[in-house]
Design a protein around this ligand. Structure first.
Ligand SMILES: [Fe+2]
Length: 285
């Protein structure tokens, strides 16, 4: 069992780096912490960074998870190789670019690019955004998977992910107390389907809802309340059609939590009655 201890970063290619960084700082509310060698590092909390953008293919996504020790990293490398998943061990300079002391990269069962990093850098300065969106945490991602049952099995058998609930075939999974760190979305290709930032309270969700609409930012869903996790949410599109989400009040789960199966319908997605595009649960797009 590979024990994930943290959810660290997303590395995202973008067709227009300057435009995307501008959107991230002025609309999402991220802090630009560094720009180096073509990579722009941004964050929404006191860690070194959470999001990295680079000029490149907008389909090129990598998810960064962390392990606690180099021993665990070595064991993970051996385990993944034994499972028939080729592992790439990053060089020191590549680790430096990921702001950690070491990492490996592999592809999951859907072809998603995953970094396992050790000793990610901390920051000595506090998060200071240019827009106060009320963000408190980089919390979860929607992960596109080509075979949701196979993906769920892979992440729960080989890693310490547990399923908290299902909606249709989509598993919402976590490695800690937060209801979900992954929401699996059936798709014909890998990638990140959405990126979630937790905000402090419902007021922040609603203030951003109006802020986004005022600026003609395309809302994807909400505002609403997720029936599964209890979180109040709003989703919107950024550059490259990446979907971002603010939410608050996500449910915590413990070892006694029993996963529940929900059908794919409006009420499963939103307890308030907002009308989601349920096709995203079928296609991941
Ligand atoms: Fe979400």
């Amino acid at each position: 069992m590979i024990k994930i201890s943290g959810f660290r970063y997303c590395r995202l290619g973008t067709a227009n780096l300057n435009e995307t960084v501008k959107f991230a700082t002025e609309i999402i509310g991220l802090e630009l912490v560094d720009q180096k060698d073509g990579f722009s590092y941004l964050r929404c909390d006191d860690s070194d960074h959470n999001i990295v953008y680079f000029q490149g293919d907008p389909q090129d996504h990598t998810i960064g998870l962390s392990l606690d020790t180099f021993e665990e990293l070595d064991a993970a490398e051996s385990k993944l190789e034994a499972l028939g998943r080729p592992v790439y061990r990053g060089t020191d300079s590549e680790a430096e670019a990921r702001r950690c002391m070491g990492y490996i990269n592999f592809k999951d069962t859907s072809g998603n690019s995953i970094d396992l990093s050790v000793r990610p850098f901390a920051s000595g300065t506090r998060y200071f955004p240019s827009r106060d969106a009320g963000i408190t945490e980089f919390s979860h991602i929607g992960l596109k998977v080509t075979d949701p049952r196979e993906a769920e099995k892979f992440w729960s058998h080989e890693f310490n992910f547990k399923t908290s609930d299902w909606i249709g075939w989509s598993a919402l999974m976590t490695f800690d107390q937060v209801h979900h760190r992954y929401a699996l979305f059936p798709s014909d290709k890998p990638g990140i389907q959405h990126i979630n930032f937790q905000v402090a309270e419902t007021d922040d969700v609603m203030k951003s809802n109006y802020f986004l609409r005022d600026r003609q930012v395309r809302i994807q869903a909400g505002p609403g309340r997720h029936s599964l996790s209890g979180a109040r949410f709003v989703y919107y599109y950024g550059p490259d059609d990446m979907i971002y989400e603010y939410s608050c009040g996500v449910r915590m789960v413990d070892e006694n939590w029993e996963p529940r199966q929900f059908p794919v319908n409006d009420a499963s997605f939103c307890a308030w009655g907002s009308k989601p595009d349920l096709n995203i649960l079928e296609s991941g797009d």
